[in-house]
Every structure is written in C-alpha cells, then in structure tokens.
Design a protein around this ligand. Structure first.
Ligand code: F6P
Length: 536
C-alpha cells in the first residue's frame, strides 16, 4: 500500500477550506432548494436496501466533488482494497481487518473454509436450541460487553418479527450486579442457556458475570454446566479453563465491534434461526460489494463518511444525532457509539503523529418519536447545529397502519421543520393559545422562532428484514472506515480503553481488601478522597 497522504496536506483540503469560506459556511438549504428544483434527485443515492436523501445537508455539488477528490488524494480506495485483501491495516496490532470475509458466500472470501466451517456448526447448534421441545431451553442469556454484546443486543429486538416465539433473549454486560440480578430472578436453570461471549476471554466484567451465573446455576440445583454454558471466543483455552466445553471460535482479524457477523452473533442466530441469519450476512455482503465496486461519487458509505469529515473539520459540528423511526432500532444509537467512537475517536495518525484536526463526532440518539418529546427542542432551537440522521422504514412488521403513518409523518415533519424553520413574522401571525398574556406579542414570537437551515440525512428502508438490517449495519461500518481513512487514523484499535482498565485493577484490592491506612498510597487526592468514603 502507498504511504498515506495526510488529509490536511492535500490539495483538496486547501480547496475545501477556500470553498467553505466562500460558499459552505453560509449555505442556506432553503435557498439551495429554491435555486435547484432537482436538488433532491442530485443528492439522492441508492445502495443495496438503503435509499439515502442527502439533499438536506450543508453541501453543494462542488463540496461533493472536492470531498471525493480528498478521498482519492488520501488513498481511500487503496486502503479499502487493502482491507478486503487481508493486509494488516490494523497496524498497531499487526492484524488484518476481515469482518467482510465473515459474510462472503462460500468460496468467495478469504479464510472461507474456516469461516463457513464455524458458521455451519454455529447455525446447527442454534437450530438445536430452537427446537425447544427437544432442547428444553426457554431463556438464553448472553454475557459479554462492548462488541461482544452491543451488536446482538441491537439486532435481536430489530428482528423481533422473525424471532422464535418461545425463546426469550437476555443480555448482561455491566459488572454492576444490578444488571444480572433481575435477569437471574426470572430464570430456571434447566431451561436456561448461558452464552459467555468474549473475544479475549480476559474481560473483567464478562468473567465476573460468568462466575456469578455459574454459581447461581449450581446453587439453584443446575446439574449439567457443559450443556447450559457455551463460549464464543478466540481464546478457546481460557474458555476450557472456565469449564466450558462447547465453544465457537473466531479469529484475531475480527475486531470486537465488527464481530456480530461471527460466532458472537449466536444470540441472533438463536433468536431468528439459520435461514434469517444467512440472509442477514447476505445483506451485509451486498453492501460490501457496493462499497468495493461502486465509484466514489455514488458510493453511499463513502459519501456519508465524507459528509462526516466536512461537518467535523470544516463546519465544526461535533456531534450527530441518530433518530430511527422504528422502535426495533432502539439500540442502534448505542451500537453506533461503539462502532464510530471506538473506531475513530483517535488523536494521532497512523505514524503516531498528533492530528491538527478533529476526528469522531459524538454519536447519540433515541428512537423517534421519543426523542421529539425529549431533546428535539435543542435540535430545533438550541445554540448548536447538530446534523440529524433519520432512519425510516416504509413497511412495518406490525399490524397497525394508523401507527405507521403517524410515525412516518413525524419523521418527515421533523426533517422538514429542521430545514424550513419559522420566521418571527410567521410566528407573529400565528395564534399561541398557551403563551402568557403578560408578554408582548413580539417577545412571544421571538421565543417561537425557529432558525431553520438545520441539516439532516434520511435513510429509507423498505422493510426491516434480516437482509436489509445486514446491509444497513455494513453501511455504517464502511462509512466509519471511509472517514477514518481520510483522517489517516487506525480505525481498528482501541488503546484508549487500556488506562482505565489498568487503574481499575490497581484500585480493586484497595476497595476489596482490608481498608489499610496506606491503601491510598500513590493516588491523586480526589481518587484517594473518594476511596476513603467508599471504603469507610
Ligand atoms: O472496550 C474495549 C473492548 O476491547 C472492545 O473493543 C470489545 O468489544 C470489548 O472490550 C469486549 O472485549 P472481549 O470481547 O474481549 O470481552
């Protein structure tokens, strides 16, 4: 692979700076639509399963052209091809990045025999569990954290329409005992399967919860640990040492936050079955092909990633709000937080040199319409501009058309309202029955003014099928790849989680051991003060 050119030293970056000053900063969406009746068509893209309306964003065709040149100049295509080819693009860990191989059809991807060998065994196991009259299983508890939790925890409710009616899936991640306690309270050991999911099988939270589950199981009269505990890990030896004999492996070239396509997806496979799990993989594979083969100009993950760069580094927007108008996607924002912020929350380039520009935005959100009744006030009238990403699903999986049209109407109304806003004159002309009569009309109208020109993207799916969801998640993965490639960072390591882990190991004996006077030695005064209060 060619050496990476830093984005801030490219010709395109300098051109984008000039373009931002001349046209970008003051772009008004209302004027842009008035000038160009075909703006919607010009800024719409179709990728497998996902239609994207990018027209309500603060960019024009010149911006898009310069951003695409930026992608070329920084070597995005070569980097993408290196990923698919299995080169060790995760340079700080010397690893390939091959989650795309997990969803390639047999014979097509790298390591195909290994991948499909585990997949076949995994799906056969999932089907055996789903045969509830033979397996006796009614509850499945996934114990894992981060990438060993968030993917399955997000997908299982999203595919609720496809779920086995007699099985309940539970997710325990937090080392705080308030997580596992209410789950265990509802279980019977003979009807429960525990999945201990940990890539490394060394994660403190997961091993601690697994030990609690095993103790609970034995205390409740459970007899066959081998049948009721399975492991998903790259560290088969550690799982065996824990007493788990049924294990499903994966490989160090699967990053934790990219692992739901591997055996880590076992809860998904149990919930929806082998056929739907294969469709889920196929949807992601369709998006992989789009990403690998489509010219950058019409490549949806690339264009979304470039828009993220434009907003972060030129407009200075530091966050993005995600608003899925499908309750099944309620955990999508949490999933995206790990995917985007653990991947691109970096401050040095691939050579370890400090960056002079920002990287990952803060990603956050809630399903619409709940968000509307909570923080949308700030999105409409707050002092910060926060791009919003709406996700709408045309055809619901529920039988209530009245609810569906209301949800869709709200989704469209919010993106229109953010863009159109409301002038003080329009507010003056309106009646405001709940406004205080003690205030002047103009004062009230100013409170009821919306600046508008607030940007948003709308992603539209026909139905939330396993295939469509697979494509949607892969779209986000490749978008994160694209912005990370332009920023010239390693999107596949996570050294930032190390320090806290090390300090927790140091503090643990000081909290758990006898509260010796010297147990605060070497601590900063704040941590020592808090420790003293907690240990007293
Ligand atoms: O939070 C850091 C992290 O390493 C994540 O990247 C990973 O998804 C999570 O911990 C869980 O790790 P493991 O699967 O090894 O238990």
């Amino acid at each position: 692979m060619n050496p990476i050119k830093r984005c801030d030293s490219t010709v395109a970056w300098a051109a984008l700076q000039g373009h931002y000053q001349a046209h970008g900063r003051d772009l008004d969406l209302r004027e842009a639509f008035a000038r160009d009746p075909l703006r919607f068509e010009a800024f719409s893209l179709q990728a497998p399963e996902v239609f994207a309306d990018l027209s309500k964003n603060h960019w024009d065709l010149v911006t898009q052209k310069l951003l695409t040149e930026l992608a070329r100049e920084t070597g995005l295509e070569a980097r993408r091809d290196a990923m698919f080819a299995g080169e060790p693009i995760n340079t700080t860990e010397g690893r390939a990045v091959l989650h795309t191989a997990l969803r390639a059809p047999p014979g097509e991807g790298l390591f195909s025999d290994e991948v499909h060998g585990v997949l076949d065994r995994l799906l056969a196991f999932a089907e055996a569990v789903r045969d509830t009259s033979a397996s006796g299983i009614r509850d499945v508890v996934n114990i894992g954290i981060g990438g060993s939790d968030l993917g399955s925890q997000m997908v299982v409710p999203a595919l609720d329409a496809y779920a086995h009616p007699k099985l309940t899936l539970h997710f325990v991640s937090n080392v705080d005992g308030h997580d596992i306690t209410p789950v265990l309270r509802r279980l019977k050991p003979e009807e429960t399967l525990f999945i201990i999911a940990s890539k490394t099988f060394t994660t403190q939270e997961t091993l601690a919860n697994a030990a609690v589950a095993r103790d609970w199981f034995l205390a409740q009269g459970g007899t066959d640990i081998g049948r009721h505990f399975v492991g998903v890990t790259t560290n088969l030896a550690a799982a065996a040492a824990f007493g788990i004999h049924t294990t499903f492996g994966f490989w160090d070239w699967v990053g934790g936050r990219y692992s739901l396509w591997s055996a880590i997806g076992l809860p998904i496979a149990i919930a929806v079955g082998a056929e739907h799990f294969r469709a889920f993989l196929a949807g992601a594979h369709a998006m992989d092909r789009h990403f690998a083969q489509t010219p950058l100009e019409t490549n949806l993950p690339v264009q979304l990633g470039l828009l993220d760069v434009w907003y972060r580094n030129f407009h200075g927007y530091t966050s993005r709000s995600v608003a899925p108008y499908h309750q099944g996607l309620k955990r999508l924002p949490a999933y995206l937080q790990q995917l985007e912020m653990e991947s691109n929350g970096k401050q040095v380039d691939l050579d370890g040199q400090p960056l002079s520009y920002g990287t990952s935005p803060v990603v956050w959100g809630e399903p619409g319409t709940n968000g509307q009744h909570a923080y949308f006030q700030m999105l409409h009238q707050g002092s910060d501009v926060i791009p919003v990403e709406f996700i709408a699903v045309k055809r619901p999986s529920h039988p209530y058309p009245d609810l569906q049209v209301k949800a869709l109407a709200n989704c469209l109304a919010q993106s229109a309202a953010l863009m159109l806003g409301k002038t003080t004159e329009a507010a003056l002309a309106d009646k405001a029955p709940t406004a205080s009569a003690a205030l002047g009309k103009l004062t009230v109208a100013r409170h009821r003014t919306f600046p508008g020109n607030r940007p948003s993207t709308t992603l539209l799916l026909d139905r939330l099928t396993p295939h469509a969801l697979g494509a949607l998640i892969a779209l986000y993965e490749h978008r994160v790849f694209s912005s990370g490639a332009v920023w010239g960072i390693n999107s596949f390591d996570q050294w930032g989680v190390e320090l806290g882990k090390a300090l927790a190991s140091d503090l643990l004996p000081r909290l758990a051991g006898p509260a010796a006077a010297g147990s605060a030695a070497g601590l900063d005064a704040s941590t020592a003060g808090l420790l003293a209060r907690l240990a007293a």
